[in-house]
Write a protein that binds this ligand. Structure first.
Ligand code: 5GP
Length: 179
C-alpha cells in the first residue's frame, strides 16, 4: 500500500482493533461508574479511535475536543507542542484524554499541564497505540490498546502527510520498499 512516496505493510487489522477498543471501553465503564467522566479527544488523529471507544462506554459521560500538535517533520516528533486556543472547562471533572498514539509523550504531558491549571478531579489517558521505547516522559498509561515498536504507522485516524486516516486497518512503514 502506498501513500505519497512511502510504502506501508499491514500491521493491525480492523477486527483486532475493534476487539481491543471494546475491551478498553468495558474497562473504562467499570472504573468510571458513577463518575460522569469527560472524554477529551485530541484532534485530529484520535477522532476515529475516539468515536469507537466512546460508543463502547456504557456509563454516562460527556465529550469535548482539544487540538495539540507536536509533529515538525512528517514522520518524527518535533518535541515542540502547540496546544489550540479552545480549552474545555474541566474544573472538578474526571477527565479521560483520548489520544491516537503516545510517542515521546510530550504532547500528552503538555496537554495535562494546561488542564491541571483548572483543577480537574482527575486526569487519565486512553490511547490507541504506545511506543514505550520512545517515551521521554513518566506518564501513567492505564488504558492502551496496543504497545508497538518504534516504527511509523498510519490508518484508523493516523496520517502520513494528512493521508491514510480513513483506512480501517493500521499499517506500518515498509522500510525495505521505501527510499
Ligand atoms: P508525542 O508528543 O507523544 O511524541 O507525539 C504524539 C503525536 O505524534 C501523535 O498524536 C501523532 O500525531 C504523532 N505520531 C507519533 N508517532 C506517530 C506514528 O507512528 N504515526 C503517525 N501517523 N503519527 C505519529
Amino acid at each position: 500500500m502506498q501513500i505519497h512516496d512511502k510504502h506501508f505493510k499491514p500491521f493491525i487489522t480492523a477486527p483486532q482493533i475493534q476487539e481491543r477498543v471494546s475491551e478498553l471501553g468495558k474497562q473504562i465503564s467499570q472504573d468510571y461508574a458513577g463518575k460522569n467522566p469527560m472524554f477529551i479527544v485530541i484532534l485530529n488523529g484520535a477522532i476515529v479511535f475516539a468515536s469507537d471507544l466512546f460508543r463502547s462506554v456504557s456509563v454516562p459521560c460527556t465529550l469535548e475536543t482539544m487540538s495539540a500538535k507536536s509533529y515538525g517533520s512528517q514522520t518524527t516528533s518535533s518535541g515542540t507542542v502547540t496546544v489550540g486556543a479552545h480549552i474545555p472547562n474541566v474544573h472538578g471533572r474526571h477527565v479521560i484524554l483520548v489520544e491516537d498514539i503516545v510517542d515521546t509523550g510530550l504532547t500528552l504531558q503538555r496537554v495535562t499541564e494546561v488542564l491541571q491549571q483548572q483543577h480537574p478531579e482527575s486526569i487519565t489517558i486512553a490511547a490507541l497505540l504506545s511506543k514505550p521505547a520512545m517515551h521521554k516522559t513518566k506518564l501513567h498509561l492505564p488504558y492502551i490498546c496496543f504497545d508497538i515498536p518504534p516504527a511509523f504507522v498510519v490508518g484508523y485516524g493516523l496520517d502520513y502527510a494528512e493521508h491514510g486516516r480513513n483506512l480501517p486497518d493500521i499499517y506500518v512503514l515498509d522500510e525495505e520498499h521505501t527510499l
